[in-house]
Design a protein around this ligand. Structure first.
Ligand code: WT7
Length: 657
């Protein structure tokens, strides 16, 4: 199979296969996996005896009832640690207290806008989680019921997640940037029984109307969520909110008088721990389902391997808990590993563009994990924000969310890492639960732009459309040939879509949805999606979701959304719109942007809007996305692309899609 079109450009411009940075000797000492030889041995061990390998690692979890079998694999249905009982919040909290680490710092929080600071020892965090868990239980929330969480990055967001886990409720965290319609859709799909939110959140000194968005969601006609009985509201900004009697309760009232110790529920290994909605190649976001034992083991083990977590580390992952990174590497992974985490509520550029470096100077995190889009912003904002800052506490840097361009990698290494910190470029997905491919800081030589090698227990393959492995060096679809403990267990309420999306195009193998290539050293290079999913500033967006939002506007007849290269966001959203009424002017562009913001959220607002008399289509009526991508990227022009365009001529030339 030829290297896919989207990937071809990257291969030429990005791959620097021969540029190798050696692993850090400092990391090899005392590391869990300390040399390439060690890695190979452990990798082979896991690949040859997957059950034995995970059985020995699972001994670290707090089992309330032992499992009878490590793995029951009937593709695509995996059951890990069959019949065992455990609890994810006990793995993150009780375990460490029992081991005498109750006074260790679990979490340090820095808030916006005034730089408030709070810290929690493991014992204190445990007490907060217990109180809130007991409060939820008193409200009648039952194991297996879904609780939506729509909150700013406050300690209470982490507490809410762990409290749900403690009583066996399934949390569904909805990123604070999503709109009320998006909340409504998720509440309805998940049949949420409660929503946890806050009066508002701070963003660059302004107040976000979080509670109001929840209120509007609960009034949605398009997505009525009749199952929601309670809305619990944290007082964060103090802004005025409407409290609906009988439905709405303040967080502080829910926890009042609740005990500081509340036993964790014994949950089946395969009981759902959370669902997290993500975009796919159809319009409707899918609720990715993760379960208890396998997920927590995966999050913990990968945290330990990739970040080399040690007793004295302070781990700052800048992700919001609204995304999988915030689930696995803010909350569950590092806490299950007994580490100290740093969380920050605000934006990286408020009140100034050096805010992250100021926080590093003050809080002295040792590990810093962020996204390439953020790194490109830092580069753009300039050295004046970094020079003079003491970043010497850092010993390890990580990136996630999209491929990192080598220029940004080298900048990150030199400027932020002072040339001494290894960089772990971690490839994974909402679906994989945790990191799948990444260098290990003590042993893997790194190449800027490559996520290098699979972790032990991860068995990738690159295949062609017939499902056959390609020759080394050729591009193709990335699949996983064996199950792993952290893998998704389904799409909430849609087994058919689960089967269809991930397991049917290459039967019996997990289709990741990315193109990839392996170089001569066996290193993996991710080369973009195989579907119409966009990656805008590390956020996953579906083109069809954006198109559906646009056509729900009364003036729009038809819409097509595509990605185009963007130097900071990686990809930007460009849309082509045909109108049935209204004038193709700036006022309508504004109205359409506002409409998408209402339907999905600010993160999906198109960067470019092109009005067009028609959309170019193939004879069979398919929109010619490749042509639109070329036009959006400026590779192909048809006059002034910001006004009415007629693609007829080009469409005739390119009837091959
Ligand atoms: C998609 C998953 C993983 C948590 C955040 C995103 C892209 C992610 C990398 C990387 C190249 C990457 C892939 C993947 N991606 N990390 N290190 N190198 N691409 O999770 O929203 O589920 O998106 O992000 O395309 O499929 P997500």
């Amino acid at each position: 199979m030829a290297v896919p079109e989207k990937a071809a450009g990257r291969v030429a411009s990005v791959m620097q296969e021969d540029r190798v940075f050696p692993p850090s000797a400092e990391f090899s000492k005392g590391a869990r996996i300390g040399s390439l030889a060690d890695y190979k041995k452990i990798y082979d061990e896991a690949a040859s005896d997957i059950e034995g390998f995970w059985h020995s690692r699972a001994q670290d979890l707090p089992w309330m009832k032992p499992y009878s079998k490590v793995l029951d694999w009937q593709p695509p249905v995996a059951k890990w640690f069959v019949d065992g009982h455990t609890n994810a919040s006990a793995a993150c909290l009780d375990q460490h207290i029992a081991a005498g680490k109750g006074d260790k710092i679990a979490m340090v929080w820095v808030g916006e806008p005034t730089g408030e600071r709070r810290e929690f020892t493991y014992r204190q965090l445990h007490a907060e989680v217990c109180r809130f868990a007991a409060g939820l239980e008193k409200l009648g929330v039952k194991p297996g019921e879904v609780v939506s969480i729509y909150m700013p990055m406050t300690p209470e967001l982490v507490i809410a997640m762990l409290a749900c886990a403690r009583i066996g409720a399934v949390h569904s965290v909805i990123f604070g940037g999503f709109s009320s319609e998006a909340i409504a859709d998720r509440n309805q799909d998940a049949k949420a029984v409660a929503v946890i939110t806050s009066d508002g959140g701070w963003r660059r000194g302004a107040q976000l109307p979080l509670k109001k968005n929840v209120d509007d969601a609960l009034k949605s006609k398009a997505h009525p969520a009749t199952t929601v009985k309670h809305v619990i509201v944290l007082k964060r900004t103090g802004q005025a909110v409407d409290m609906v009697p009988g439905r709405d309760l303040w967080w502080h009232d829910v926890v009042a008088g609740m005990p500081a110790d509340h036993p964790p529920a014994a949950m089946d290994s395969e009981a759902p721990l959370f669902i997290l909605y993500t975009s796919g190649s159809t319009g409707k976001p899918k609720g990715i389902k993760h379960t208890t034992a396998g997920y927590i083991l995966w999050a913990k083990t990968t945290s330990e391997w990739v970040f080399d977590l040690r007793e004295e580390d302070l781990f700052w992952c800048t992700a919001d808990c609204g995304w999988i990174t915030g689930h696995s590497y803010v909350t569950y992974g590092p806490l299950a590993a007994g580490a100290s985490i740093l969380i920050y509520e605000g934006a990286p550029n408020a009140p100034h563009e050096g805010r992250f470096w100021e926080i590093i100077e003050q809080e002295k995190p040792t590990i810093f994990y962020t996204a390439p889009t953020a790194i490109r912003s830092f580069m753009k904002w300039g050295m004046q924000h970094i020079e003079g800052r003491d970043l010497s506490s850092l010993r390890l840097l990580g990136t996630v969310g999209e491929g990192i361009n080598p220029e940004a990698w080298v900048w990150y290494h030199e400027v932020i890492g002072g040339k001494r910190c290894p960089i772990v470029d971690t490839w994974w997905q909402t679906e994989t639960g945790g990191i799948m491919m990444s260098p290990l800081p003590g042993c893997t030589p790194t190449k800027p732009g490559s996520c290098t090698l699979p972790l032990p227990g991860v068995c990738p393959e690159i295949v062609d459309a017939a499902g056959d492995a390609v020759e080394q060096g050729e591009g193709g679809w990335l699949v996983m040939t064996k199950p792993w403990p952290g893998m998704l267990r389904g799409i909430w309420g849609d087994d058919e879509r689960f089967q269809e999306t991930y397991w049917s195009r290459v039967p019996g193998k997990y289709l990741a949805g990315d193109n990839a290539r392996q170089d001569k050293d066996g290193y993996y290079w991710i080369m973009g999606r195989i579907d119409d999913v966009l990656n805008v500033a590390g956020h996953r967006l579906s083109t069809i979701e954006i198109e559906s939002a646009l056509v729900s506007h009364p003036d729009v007849a038809e819409a097509a959304a595509v990605g185009r290269p963007h130097d900071v966001k990686g990809e930007a959203v460009a849309v082509f719109v045909t109108l049935k009424s209204g004038e193709p002017n700036d006022a309508l562009k504004d109205a359409l942007r506002k409409h998408v913001r209402q339907q999905i959220g600010a993160l999906a607002v198109p960067d470019d809007i092109h009005f067009s008399a028609t959309l170019p289509k193939t004879r069979s009526g398919k929109i010619m996305r490749r042509l639109l991508r070329d036009i959006a990227a400026g590779r192909e022009t048809v006059g002034d692309t910001t006004t009415i365009e007629d693609y007829t001529v080009l469409a005739k030339l390119r009837d091959d899609e």
